[in-house]
Structure formats: structure tokens, C-alpha cells
Design a protein around this ligand. Structure first.
Ligand code: ADP
Ligand code: ZN
Length: 725
């Protein structure tokens, strides 16, 4: 009797046993189709001793239907999936799902049909068709994707196919990717860069797990160094995964990659078209030979893909908090990348100018190998940083920029240089109220104010996407023209700049304006060609960019990130400001950074002004040690939510009432979460603070495993949380 255990993609089912028909060849990791009731499901063959399932007698087993034409998931990946499920207290099926591209990709091969404009433009067009044609210029995608791009129904587009305005194009899913040329443009490295690159190359050639912290100041050429390791892995016929924190950064990366290797890398992120996704997944699983994927650049979701021959992982801007996923499986891609490298037996490079405190600590204790690049490349100096005490140097009434920043910008404008103002707040104003009755605009679904966006004339919630047009009168008291904007967002700062320097060309850079790769490319080109004098941006402009003519950086409100008292507030503020400061003076001209604050005495501000990174990390490390926070102790959160307030509260209390009492574990709560209402769900939270030695995951699983809650209640566990909302 040939019995097999499947991991199936349904957390409630977990694992199921099947019979293998005689002629079918399977092995652990094989991706197969099996019957379930009247349906067919996809599953992964798993080692039965590693995956418990219900007892079913041999005679009751149904046979597998087929093996899908994709290589089996390799053993190191299976171990990684198990590890992540255990560590993050997540269903193993939810983790495993991240390894599979799409059902279509599993079927493999073949072609996909996409559509594009024929170029036919009759003189008489319905307005809807005319708008669709305008929106679809240069696009080629499935009908469904085009409908999303053009904001019309699929029916409209099908009509346009019938009318000869759109035509089908057959896309070959398995067409090969061009080969990277590791000798295409080998840079001349500085001595320090060469030493770093040699160390990486040696580790790649030796194989074996080695975690590196590439700790190099902004502009030191970290990318150039790790590219040499990438080249070494490719020369060995292996694959490389480069993780970037957000898609906005890929544009810059792609260009540099292409300059170095002559071809673009393979991209993986959530907004790929379905045909691109299928093609990339097939290329990743088929390995680096014969036009398969050599280098994959992706957001965190690229981490669990079934690379056939991984030789190196790079996590760039490794300190970025967007590597932490805050829904579904709540994992931290930076940490999982290191674990994956361990299972694969390969080097991993974490690159950052402002490493996470945890990573610094691991490097200090010798667990990570630190490779330092303390100087900028080519003799560029780090910028001078000074502090503007807003209590002493006040902006003019109704304005947000102190005279020194304004003078600095004027000077740069006169010299044809560029300035960057950083404020981590989208929109025009974070709060709008009625001058007459005091009414405040709040989101109906979230514990949050609505943010005014003047560009789109709307009030929007940044948590759930709820939007309303800005009304003419107060919805509460009915008074006309009575709404006042409180506090600044980037749009308001941009208005102020336009007011002060009407001749300056100002660009607002946020996720609202830079939301597609094309727009990022346009922005970069405009900044490089000096078509922009002043950039006003959120955290999106703090990293990655290299504009040699940018010589002044103004931090509009350094105190913003320190509010809220979250565990990593000081660290995050330090990182953001150090990163945005790193945009200044990257070319031949020296850079200057001005930081506006009401707390010039705060440790993070004095450390930034003195350029004393070590002092900051030392003080922060002691604070974490005292608080029993990571890396010295561990935090975990349990979040209980429901659309029904009483149900959420009752469930949270029931959990709280059965808390385990253990000497090395403190459990706080339940209490309403700071975001007590989020996307229409009421939220309660318990916080767990434990010694490193405590088996937090086992404790939580056993504790929560006893409960069965009503349908609408969701209980999620967040191990090593980043967000405490
Ligand atoms: P980091 O990532 O450390 O901030 P970058 O990798 O962006 O630094 O490098 C800063 C700039 O210096 C980039 O424009 C890069 O192309 C350039 N650069 C760095 N090292 C070299 C080198 N060895 N040869 C030529 N240009 C270099
Ligand atoms: Zn909301």
C-alpha cells in the first residue's frame, strides 16, 4: 500500500492522507492534485513524521489524481516552511502557500492571451471607450488587468475587442530570460570595497551558511560590493535572491543591475501581471540554466519561492520595517532570510547604513560577521548636520519652515542645486476640524482622523482607504466655509515652498504620487536632469536615491516619529533621519542637513547632530536591556478582533482569564488596542514579554489551542511585533 501525506492549502484541513496509484512517481515536495469531496485540490507531498494528520484506515484512502509538472519543493524549503509556521505560530498551509506562484504557474508551460490596442481610432467613440483608449496606451495585459488599469468593466473591453479596437496577443510563458554577463561592466573598487567584495566572494565560493552584516555609511557603495558576490554566485551556476523593502526602490536597483550585468534581473512583487508572475515562477523553479531565473529581485514575498539552486541571499536596506508583514503570516523577511540561508547552507548579506539594533547586537556578539564601509565612495563627505530648535527659531506665523531652512533653500536655488524636505506625513493636513463647533473628521471604520488631500480634494483614512469629498459645510453644525486644516502634511509644505519661492519647481513624493514603476522612473529622471529644485517627500525619499546636485536636506519635524512611545520609536527616528541625511552631498558638493525639533536634548537628536552613531546604539541597547526588550527579551502580541465589539471583548477576556502563570513570562492585558477600531473591526490586545529562554511559541499555541471562538472572532499572534497599534 503506497500511502502519502499531503499538506493542503486549507488551515482547517491541515494534512490529509491519500493513496498513490501504482504508475505515479512522487517524492517529498511533489506538487499534486487530489480529490476532496467532489472537488480537486492542490497539495504538497510531505514527510508524514513531520506533519500530523487524522487517522484514516488504508481502505478509506482515495487515490491522487496527478502530479503537476513542476519540480518538487526542495528539502531546505520544506524545513523553512516548517520553521516559519512554528516560529510565527501560523498555519503551515498559510506559509506553504507563499511558495507557490499561482495555480496557472503550477500547470506550467504554454501560453497566455493578453490584449493591446490595435491603434485603430474611429472618429466617433463613446466617451467611455475614448477614456479607455487613453488609459491603455502602451499597456498589454489580460482583459481583467486592463479593466483595472482603465477603471472600466471587462464588458466594455470585450466590446472593444469585438469592435477591433483591442487585439489579442499570444504570450509564451516559458520564453527564456536573457543571460546576465558577470563580466559586463566590472567596476574598479576602492580598497575598502575590494576587501569587502573579496570576503563575500570567498564565502559564496566556499558555500556554507555565513550571515554578513554589511554596515556601510550612505553612499559607500554597498551595492557595488555585493554585486561582486552576485557575480560569483552566477559564475557558479547558482541563483541569487535580492530582497528590497519596497517596489519604489526597484527602479533604481534595476538600472544599476543592468549597468553592471547587461540585462535586467527577474522581478517578483505583488503587482506583477498574471503572465509575468507565471513566467517568473516557472523560471525560478527551473533553475539558472536554459534561460531560467538567475537573479530575482523582489519584495518580501519572494523569500519563500522554490529556487532550485540558491547560492546567495541579499537583504538591502535590511533595517526597513516594511520587511515585517503585518497581516496573514506575520513574519519578518529579514529574519526569515537568515534562516533560509541557514537551511540552504549559503551566505546571506544584510546591507544597511543604519542596521537594526538586533542586527548590531548579533554582529557585536560575533553571530553575524560585520563588514564595515566607514567612508563614502570617491571622497564624498558625509553631510554636516545641525539642529534647529523650533522654540528659539520659530517659523513665521502660519508656516512650518524655520528661517534657516528657507534661507538654505533660497541659496541652493540661486546656485542651481537641489533641496529635499522630509516630513513623514502624506496629504495636506493630518486633522481637519470645524472652526465653528469643533467637529473633527474621523474615519467611521478606524480609530483615526481623516487626512485632507488637497490634490484630490478628498478626506481619506490612511488605514482602510475610506474617502469622502471635502464638504463645503460642516456636517455637524452646517456652518459654511468653516473647516480648518490642523498641522502640516507634505502637500502643505509644498504649498509653503511655492509661496516662498514661486520660481522653484517643487515635486511632492509620496506613495500617492509615486505609485507605479513608471512614475518612479519619471521622478528619478526629472530629478537627475535638474527639472526639480525642491523635493518634498515622506519616508519614500529617504533611501536609495542618488542625486549628486542635492545638497540640502531639511527635516521638517524630527519629533513626529518619537510620539506614541513605541518600542522602536527612537531607533526608527534615528534610521529615518540618518537615511534622509544620507541623500545630501553625495556628489562632489558638500551636503548640509537641518533638523527641526522641539526636543533638541533628546538622545537621538544629539547623536544625529554629533554624528555619533555608536553613542546612540549604546544608549538604546541599554534601554532595551532594562526593558527586557529585543534582543534581550522577547515580545509577542495576541490581537483579538471582531466586527462585534462585545464579541471581541468577551473573547479577549476569556483568553486573558486563562493566562498561564510562568516565572519568566509577563502577560499584559487584555486592553483595547491603541487602534481600537481598524477597518471596521474592534480590537483587543494582550502583550507578552518573556525572557529569551522562554518557549513563547509553545506557550501561546497551548494556551490558544484550547479555545473555539465564534465565527466572526479572529485571533492573531504576532511574534517579535513591530507595530504596536
Ligand atoms: P550605498 O548603497 O552604500 O548608499 P551606493 O551603492 O548607492 O551606496 O553608492 C553610491 C554611489 O557611488 C552610487 O552612485 C555608485 O554607483 C557610486 N559608486 C560606489 N562605488 C563605486 C565604484 N567602485 N565605482 C564607481 N562608482 C561607485
Ligand atoms: Zn479607516
Amino acid at each position: 500500500m503506497n500511502r502519502v501525506r499531503l499538506l493542503v492549502f486549507n488551515a482547517a484541513l491541515g494534512a490529509l492522507d491519500y493513496r498513490v496509484p501504482n504508475e505515479m512517481a512522487i517524492e517529498p515536495g511533489s506538487i499534486v492534485v487530489a480529490p476532496l469531496g467532489p472537488r480537486q485540490i492542490v497539495g504538497i507531498v510531505w514527510e508524514p513524521e513531520r506533519l500530523p494528520a487524522g487517522e484514516v484506515p488504508d481502505s478509506k484512502l482515495r487515490p491522487l489524481i496527478e502530479v503537476l509538472p513542476a519540480p518538487p519543493l526542495p528539502a531546505p524549503l520544506r524545513r523553512l516552511i516548517e520553521w516559519a509556521a512554528d516560529y510565527y505560530v501560523a498555519p503551515i498551509s498559510a506559509v506553504a502557500r507563499m511558495a507557490l506562484g499561482s495555480n496557472a504557474a503550477l500547470r506550467g508551460g504554454g501560453t497566455a492571451t493578453e490584449y493591446r490596442l490595435t491603434g485603430e481610432e474611429p472618429s466617433r467613440l463613446t466617451p467611455r471607450r475614448a477614456a479607455a483608449i487613453a488609459a491603455l496606451r502602451g499597456e498589454q495585459a489580460t482583459i481583467r488587468e486592463l479593466a483595472a488599469i482603465a477603471s472600466v468593466s471587462e464588458g466594455v473591453l470585450r466590446g472593444m475587442v469585438g469592435a477591433g479596437l483591442l487585439e489579442p496577443v499570444t504570450v509564451d510563458i516559458d520564453r527564456p530570460y536573457p543571460r546576465a554577463r558577470t563580466d559586463f561592466a566590472v567596476p574598479a573598487l576602492s580598497d575598502a570595497q575590494q576587501a569587502a567584495a573579496d570576503t563575500f566572494v570567498e564565502a559564496v565560493e566556499k558555500h556554507g551558511f555565513t550571515p554578513f552584516l554589511l554596515d556601510g555609511v550612505t553612499g559607500s557603495g554597498k551595492t557595488e560590493c555585493y554585486f561582486e558576490a552576485v557575480a560569483a554566485a552566477l559564475d557558479q551556476g547558482r541563483q541569487v535572491l535580492v530582497l528590497l523593502p519596497e517596489i519604489a526602490l526597484t527602479e533604481n536597483f534595476l538600472r544599476r543591475f543592468e549597468q553592471r550585468f547587461g540585462v535586467p534581473p527577474v522581478l517578483w512583487h505583488s503587482s506583477l501581471k498574471s503572465s509575468e508572475r507565471r513566467r517568473a515562477w516557472r523560471a525560478i523553479v527551473s533553475g539558472p540554466e536554459n534561460g531560467g531565473a538567475q537573479v530575482v529581485v523582489g519584495a518580501r514575498s519572494a523569500l519563500f519561492l522554490p529556487y532550485r539552486q540558491l547560492g546567495l541571499i541579499v537583504v538591502d536596506e535590511a533595517h526597513e520595517t516594511s520587511f515585517k508583514q503585518d497581516d496573514g503570516v506575520r513574519y519578518n523577511a529579514r529574519d526569515v532570510a537568515v534562516i533560509r540561508a541557514r537551511f540552504e547552507g549559503i551566505p546571506v548579506i544584510l546591507a544597511s547604513a543604519t542596521p537594526a539594533l538586533e542586527a548590531m547586537y548579533l554582529a557585536d556578539t560575533g553571530i553575524y560577521r560585520r563588514i564595515a564601509l566607514p567612508d563614502r565612495f570617491g571622497g564624498a563627505r558625509l553631510p554636516d548636520i545641525s539642529v534647529i530648535d523650533l522654540r528659539a527659531e520659530q517659523p513665521e506665523r502660519g508656516r512650518w519652515l524655520a528661517p534657516r531652512i528657507v534661507a538654505g533653500m533660497r541659496e541652493r536655488l540661486a546656485k542651481g542645486e537641489q533641496s529635499l524636505l522630509f516630513l513623514n506625513r502624506r496629504g495636506y493636513a493630518p486633522l481637519t476640524l470645524c472652526r465653528h463647533c469643533g467637529y473633527r473628521f474621523q474615519c467611521p471604520n478606524c480609530t483615526a482622523w481623516l487626512v485632507e488631500h488637497r490634490l484630490s480634494r478628498r478626506l481619506a483614512c490612511h488605514h482602510c482607504g475610506h474617502e469622502v469629498p471635502v464638504p463645503d459645510a460642516c456636517p455637524e453644525c452646517g456652518a459654511p466655509d468653516c473647516l480648518v486644516a490642523c498641522g502640516p502634511g507634505v502637500e502643505r509644505i509644498a504649498d509653503e515652498v511655492a509661496d516662498l519661492m514661486p520660481e522653484a519647481r517643487v515635486a511632492v513624493v509620496t506613495s500617492d504620487t509615486l505609485n507605479t514603476p513608471d512614475r518612479v522612473a519619471d521622478f528619478v529622471a526629472a530629478a537627475e536632469e535638474k527639472l526639480i529644485d525642491v523635493i518634498v517627500g515622506t519616508q519614500l525619499v529617504t533611501k536609495g536615491y542618488h542625486f549628486p546636485e542635492l545638497t540640502l536636506v531639511g527635516v521638517v519635524d524630527a519629533d513626529l516619529g518619537l510620539e506614541g512611545g513605541d518600542l522602536r520609536a527612537a531607533e526608527r527616528t534615528y534610521q529615518q533621519i540618518a537615511q534622509v541625511a544620507g541623500r545630501a552631498g553625495r556628489g562632489e558638493k558638500p551636503g548640509e542637513v537641518l533638523i527641526q525639533t522641539r526636543h533638541p536634548e533628546a538622545a537621538v537628536i544629539t547623536a544625529l547632530a554629533a554624528g555619533d552613531r555608536d553613542a546612540f546604539y549604546a544608549a538604546e541597547t541599554e534601554a532595551r536591556r532594562d526593558a527586557g526588550a529585543p534582543p534581550f527579551g522577547r515580545w509577542a502580541a495576541i490581537i483579538v478582533s471582531s466586527e462585534n465589539e462585545a464579541e471581541a471583548r468577551d473573547a479577549a477576556r476569556a483568553i486573558g482569564g486563562t493566562r498561564p502563570h510562568l516565572p519568566d513570562v509577563a502577560i499584559l492585558g487584555p486592553a483595547p488596542a491603541p487602534m481600537a477600531l481598524l477597518r471596521g473591526r474592534y480590537r483587543y490586545r494582550l502583550l507578552i514579554n518573556a525572557r529569551r529562554s522562554a518557549e513563547v511559541q509553545r506557550i501561546i499555541s497551548e494556551w490558544l489551542g484550547r479555545f473555539a471562538f465564534p465565527q466572526g472572532v479572529r485571533v492573531s499572534v504576532d511574534i517579535d511585533p513591530y507595530s504596536f497599534v
